[in-house]
Design a protein around this ligand. Structure first.
Ligand code: DGJ
Length: 745
């Protein structure tokens, strides 16, 4: 890893073993992009790579009166603004006192830092020692508005990763109105691109969606107050032919949990501009004199080894250098959550009964979900009143948690700290603590309202309420839920000029509280949740190493959800539970081994009353738990590879491989069976070509052993699916799966 600097020409080449990123001031001293892609040898001068025309381009504005070739209309810009001839998506817009939004930030100086500075008040990837990364800070200046812009780039030594963030410093005596400050903008050379992103909705989060990039603009965004299930803050770009194993891929992810925008625009010369940052829609930040504004971090991954290398990079970086705390590297406890078992309708006896069976079958952590506090007997009341409901739980959380621990289980508890029902003591005593527009009726969602987390007094109250329960009980795990999109995003605590800041201030407030609580209680494993996967993003992952992937626990639907999620987020971060059938979200019936074989590839648990399944199934559960305990290190900390896509047919397959490549587990799933399908082959990935492996599975697989090169190039051979007069093999049929263990001999 290196940052080469040509001090005379002011060219900056960020390079590691896999990538090169070259930038330099253009003729007008805005920063331009010369190259981003596979590593290229360093040269002392890259001037020839600057994409400038030496002839007059028709219909373009010219920055210089004596150089009609130089126009911002066609350059590859690093941080573009609108107003001087670049008509594409701008990265920055600052409204000034005179009504103009034109800014003209010109290169002023640079600084190289060993390692990676942390971002004030915002989550970001980090390093553990200064040798893991190098950081380049470019300072730009706009003399008219007396402000500086700091563009920060970090290159990692061990990953094909560049992270970016931006800061504005107002050195003037006036305030500035920031209307847009994207975390990154990048112009890529003319080529054939297609975009893929992770979009969906509640219960079908992070679906893999792909389409061609053509002349014009396409954006994904959220204005719901959370990063959302509708669009994850991720954009992938494929250049030319790409599949899991080959081709060039650019991945962009914003480490942020609130409103965001990611856009891709192909211009009239075929340059493709990608940008990502806080959603400028409805955003406005009044930056006072001598104050700074910091953008969230954008992570950019480049792979010329297909999508799987991009995912492996994101997965490993996020698991080891974004998630933090003692659980980062710990195998995650196998939990049972009572939500789908009881919903709001439970008492202590029933809970102990569910927990006792869970313990008997090998579960390690019992989680009590919604309904344990205030008058919370349904979702219309009690939210915000964080005092135990003694009529349901006569020994309190304190007593219950101890009883559960005495059984040999750890105890976990659900909170939804950011919300309130109007029918609650909290709302009755602080009606002004919710987000609302004065004189207008608020819009409920799930009969609840959003507490104004931009307010310190609200956050302090919530912290103290949680602290009291945590300190008086034995709590090892907290599920931090958040169950509605925001509306009426206004604060009673801010003047009208600052209302455009509320959505971002909310997220900053949330981060501040999460920082405090995770620091104060480092022994607690936190799991984030937002109506399932409504806020499954890098921002939350920084504080909480796992998240509830989706409220949809149907194993068939989970194939698509977990497959999509794995594009960016590590297996260890995906809460994956086995629930009852018929499934509560889809009504589908699948057998318990199929459900388990999907949930193994995640932070594994159960979401049902195990007393209510048959003895045969209880035995299967026992064995599933033993299997998971024996293999969870591999599942949660191995490298994950997608083999067959649930978006492309009835078969899905994926696998995990240990870092030393001596062990792997393949999950192979059939949605609807095709009769008389013939022989099927599955080529594996990530093994050591020279090692000899043992293959353990059901009898439908012909290979009993094989060298890594054979298993990856010729593949596993699945026996035929139609047996004429004999009964079908147990792994054949609708909703069937195989778990295949591969071990080096
Ligand atoms: C939404 C979550 O996603 C569920 O798992 C459950 O915790 C409910 N909230 C409880 O209200």
């Amino acid at each position: 890893m290196n940052i080469f600097i040509n001090k005379k020409k002011l060219q900056f080449h960020l390079q590691n073993n896999e990538i090169s990123y070259i930038i330099a001031p253009l003729k007008n001293n805005h920063i331009g992009n010369l190259y981003y892609g596979a590593k290229i040898e360093h040269q002392n001068d890259f001037s020839h790579m600057i994409q400038e025309s030496d002839y007059v381009l028709p219909d373009t504005p010219n920055i210089f009166e004596d150089n009609f070739g130089f126009t911002l209309d066609t350059v590859k810009a690093e941080y573009p603004s609108f107003g001087q001839g670049d008509y594409r998506e701008p990265a920055i817009e600052i409204l000034q006192k005179n009504g103009s939004t034109l800014t003209d930030f010109k290169y002023k100086s640079y600084r190289v830092i060993s390692g990676k500075p942390s971002l004030e008040s915002l989550p970001a990837t980090y390093v553990e020692d200064g040798k893991e990364a190098l950081t380049l800070e470019l300072t730009l200046e706009d003399k008219v508005i007396e402000s500086e812009l700091i563009l920060t780039y970090t290159i990692y030594r061990d990953f094909p990763v560049i992270t970016r963030n931006v800061k504005v410093i107002n050195n003037s005596s006036e305030f500035l109105n920031i209307k847009r400050l994207m975390s990154m903008s990048l112009d890529l050379d003319r080529d054939n691109y297609s975009i893929f992103h992770l979009s969906g909705g509640w219960s079908r989060e992070r679906q893999f969606i792909e389409r061609e990039v053509k002349h014009g603009k396409l954006s994904i965004n959220s204005s719901r107050g959370t990063s959302s299930a509708n669009h994850n803050p991720f954009i992938g770009l494929k250049r030319g032919y790409v599949d899991e194993k080959v081709g060039e891929v650019f991945g962009f992810n914003l480490i942020y949990s609130g409103n965001f925008k990611g856009s891709v625009e192909e211009d009239h010369y075929g340059i493709t501009r990608v940008s990502m940052g806080i959603n400028p829609f409805n955003f406005n930040w009044e930056l006072e004199s001598q104050k700074e504004f910091q953008s969230p971090e954008a992570v950019m991954v480049y792979s010329n080894k297909g999508i799987s290398h991009m995912s492996k990079t994101f997965n490993t970086l996020y698991r080891t250098r974004l998630a933090k705390g003692i659980y980062r590297d710990k195998e995650r406890p196998i939990l049972l959550n009572n939500w789908e078992a009881t919903y709001f309708d439970f008492n202590e006896k029933e809970i102990l009964n569910i927990a006792a069976k869970a313990e008997e079958l090998g579960i390690e952590l019992f989680v009590l979900d919604d309904g344990w506090f205030g008058a919370r007997n349904d979702d219309s009341q009690g939210l915000g009143d964080w005092t135990v409901n003694y009529s349901k739980l006569p020994s309190g959380i304190n007593g219950l948690s101890k009883k559960i621990e005495e059984m040999g289980l750890k105890f976990g508890l659900w909170f939804e700290p950011e919300m309130v029902n109007k029918n609650s003591d909290l709302y009755r005593s602080h009606p002004d603590w919710i987000l609302e527009v004065p004189n207008r009726k608020g819009t409920p969602s799930r009969k609840q309202f959003t507490l104004d987390f931009s307010r310190e007094d609200v956050r302090d109250y919530i912290y103290e309420s949680l602290e009291k329960i945590i300190k008086t009980s034995s709590i090892s795990y907290i599920k931090w839920d958040m169950n509605r999109p925001m509306t009426e995003i206004m604060s009673n605590n801010l003047p009208y000029t600052k209302q455009g800041e509320v959505a971002h201030r909310y997220i900053l407030g949330l981060y501040e509280l999460l920082e405090k609580i995770t620091k104060e209680f480092p022994h607690i494993l936190f799991e984030s949740c937002a109506s399932g996967g409504n806020r499954f993003d890098g921002g939350m992952l920084y504080y909480m190493p796992q998240g509830w992937t989706s409220d949809n626990t149907d194993a068939v639907d989970r194939l698509k959800i977990q497959y999509g999620t794995s594009m960016v987020y590590p297996i260890s971060s995906m809460g994956a539970h086995i629930s009852a059938v018929p499934n509560h979200q889809t009504g589908r019936i699948t057998d318990i081994n199929f459900r388990a074989s999907v949930a193994y590839f995640g932070s594994f648990g159960y979401e049902l009353d195990l007393n209510k399944i048959t003895l045969v199934e209880q035995n299967l559960v026992k064995n599933q738990i033993i299997f998971m305990k024996n293999n969870r290190k591999l599942f949660q900390f191995g490298d994950f590879y997608r083999l067959r896509s649930p978006y492309k047919g009835e078969n899905t397959s994926w696998m995990v491989v240990s870092k030393d490549k001596r062990e792997a587990i393949v999950g192979d799933y059939t949605r609807l069976i095709n009769a008389n399908y013939g022989f099927d082959r599955l080529k594996l990935t990530g093994l050591d070509p020279d090692l000899e492996y043992k293959v353990e599975s059901d009898s439908s697989i012909q290979n009993k052993k094989g060298k890594g090169d054979e298993l990856m190039n010729s593949g596993l051979i699945f026996g035929k699916t139609f047996f004429g007069t004999s009964p079908l093999n147990e792994s054949i049929g609708d909703f069937k799966s195989r778990i295949i263990k591969i071990t080096a001999i």
